[in-house]
Design a protein around this ligand. Structure first.
Ligand code: SF4
Length: 150
């Protein structure tokens, strides 16, 4: 992305950014959205209020893992995460480079000011974000490539 497209803000380059495809047990985890849509056309509905992770909430996922039906946001693990190269989240880079945009306007997302994907990739990340499911068993080839990098 060009410098002109990059978001600027107090969190640029800081280490207190949030991962928008986090695990519920990570520090500060909250529900970012609920996975909806249809197989092959997933569409995350972003929450319009802060919803922390609780045991009761995790039980709502029923028999499937919570990351299959919820998107969680939590403090970015940075060097503890395989996607982080010391500077950037390579997952965010691959999502922007590999996956198509699925919306043409910024989703109404509460974490934008601290989202690592947005801080790094700008609007391009948001345009692709609603199709991301943290845990999916039958990803498309593009989704698998974006997730795994090979
Ligand atoms: S919509 Fe944008 S700001 Fe919100 S979680 Fe997705 S990439 Fe981050």
């Amino acid at each position: 992305m060009s410098d002109a497209q990059k978001p600027a803000g107090p969190h640029s380059g800081s280490s207190c950014l949030m991962c928008p495809s986090a695990q519920p047990e990570m520090p500060g985890s909250r529900v970012l959205g609920v996975v909806g849509g249809t197989p092959g056309a997933t569409e995350v509905a972003y929450l319009n209020e802060h919803l922390p992770v609780t045991e009761d909430l995790l039980r709502l996922a029923g028999p499937v893992p919570p990351t299959q039906v919820f998107r969680f946001a939590a403090q970015c693990d940075e060097r503890a995460c395989a996607h982080f190269d010391g500077t950037n989240c390579k997952l965010a880079t691959r999502i922007v480079n590999i996956l198509p945009a699925v919306v043409d306007a910024l989703p109404p997302c509460l974490i934008r000011a601290t989202c690592r994907w947005y801080q790094q990739e700008g609007r391009a990340a948001c345009m692709r974000c609603p199709q991301i499911v943290t845990l999916t068993y039958e990803p498309s080839e593009a989704m698998r490539l974006a997730a795994e990098g090979k």
